[in-house]
Design a protein around this ligand. Structure first.
Ligand code: C2E
Ligand code: CA
Ligand code: CA
Length: 384
């Protein structure tokens, strides 16, 4: 038995253990469906067990190289759990042979090393576990970043951005916790909550600040949201509960989402569009090189990623790229929004290039609801 394990398709085998100087002893017998030699998949150590066929057998081979490759691709939590289980198993085996205190010391170090190696994974498990409680404890809330009309200076809408103020760790960035929620499916509940919360906030903002009937709320969604069967139903339900016109709801999605599940995304987006909602492509220009998808999906807005804006003042090439995205938007009847505007210079350049809207620290950071109301009252028309 070498670098393989075997699944018994048919027949029975006996596993014999030969300790030095003693007679072989039967430790177990295995039949159809069971695996033999499984330790050789994950452990290089020499073995002293012997397999003896008790009847004619059919065996299915699993090669170690193939197993390692699959394990490399596995979910990080699964991988970490496998390694910890394996280390403990090895520990148990060696402990039977070496003096207890000696072995324990070595293995404890190995485990600690494992924990250190996987600290990111452990952190993500912690975050996932704590998120649920955090929602109940109101540690999760939304900030709203104004989206400004570059041509008129009016506030056209807001993007809802999730915030987590953790009692011990302080603020955790959505760039850290959103991918974790996406990887384990918790995002679906979080997104529905964000939609409801932001539309209720929009209603309150409207009551406090006049002239905001047309202001929209842009909400981020992930591929998990789209994969959920009741996604559209959930949207309709929230729209009717909050009594917000669908045209004031913008769904922000990425190119990656569209490419990952094109047919489902198209059907879902068409339903949303039919209901009157607006569809924006977030981080446009960072995902895929092919543009043919722009015809395939019902898209209203292209949000030009901040990476293009950063280089605009420095590189002529970046300006040319933005120019062509704005041109593309115009030709396809789509609106363009520039993300991450930090300077007046950038705002002026984008306005002159014909970009429709912009958001960024130059106009305002993402704000808590109370500050949004103040901001609207004091910035009726933004001059720059
Ligand atoms: P995003 O959707 O691209 O959101 C824009 C990000 O750029 C926000 O980061 C915002 O605070 C930041 N930003 C805005 N203006 C500027 C600027 O002038 N300069 C710089 N440097 N940054 C600016 P944030 O809030 O940390 O969110 C990070 C990402 O997390 C978001 O990127 C989005 O992908 C995700 N996210 C946040 N909230 C939600 C949510 O409710 N649902 C989902 N699915 N994702 C969310
Ligand atoms: Ca976004
Ligand atoms: Ca973005």
């Amino acid at each position: 038995m070498g670098d393989c394990a075997y699944i018994i398709e048919k027949g029975r085998v006996e596993i014999l253990y030969e300790a030095e100087g003693r007679l072989p002893r039967t430790v177990s017998s295995r039949g159809p469906g069971a695996m033999i030699g499984e330790m050789s998949l994950i452990d290089n150590a020499p073995r002293s067990a012997t397999i003896k066929a008790l009847e004619d057998c059919h065996l299915l081979e699993i090669a170690r190289a193939d197993f390692s490759r699959r394990l490399d691709d596995a979910d990080p939590v699964l991988k970490m759990a496998m390694q910890v289980i394996l280390t403990r198993y090895r520990d148990m085996l060696t402990r039977a042979e070496i003096r207890h205190d000696e072995t324990y010391k070595i293995r404890a170090e190995t485990l600690e090393q494992l924990y250190n190696e996987h600290s990111d994974v452990l952190d993500s498990i912690k975050i996932a576990n704590e998120f649920q409680v955090a929602m109940q404890n109101k540690e999760i809330f939304l900030h709203y970043q104004p989206i400004v009309n570059l041509q008129t200076g009016h506030i056209d809408g807001f993007e809802a951005l999730m915030r987590w103020n953790h009692p011990e760790r302080g603020f955790i960035s959505p760039a850290v916790f959103i991918p974790i929620l996406e990887s384990n499916g918790q995002i679906v509940h979080a997104s529905q909550w964000a939609l409801k919360e932001s539309l209720e906030a929009l209603k309150r903002i409207e009551q406090e600040a006049a002239d905001t009937e047309e202001v929209f709320m842009s909400v981020n969604f992930s591929s998990h949201d789209f994969a959920a069967e009741d996604f559209v139903e959930g949207l309709y339900k929230t729209l009717s509960e909050t009594d917000i016109a669908p045209s004031r709801v913008h769904l922000e999605i990425t190119e990656r989402l569209l490419m990952g599940q094109p047919e489902n995304a198209r059907t879902t987006l068409e339903m949303c569009r039919k209901a009157g909602m607006h569809i924006s492509i977030d981080d446009f220009g960072t995902g895929y090189s092919s543009l043919s998808y722009l015809h395939y999906f019902p898209i209203d807005t292209l949000k030009i990623d901040r990476s293009f804006v950063i280089n605009m003042a420095k590189e002529k090439g970046a300006t040319e790229l933005i120019k062509s995205i704005i041109g593309l938007g115009k030709n396809l009847g789509m609106r363009t929004v520039a993300e991450g505007i930090e300077t007046k210079e950038e705002a002026v350049m984008l306005r002159d290039l014909g970009c429709d809207q912009a958001q960024g620290y130059f106009f305002a950071r993402p704000l808590p609801e109370a500050d949004v109301i103040k901001f609207i009252k004091t910035h009726h028309k933004i001059k720059f």
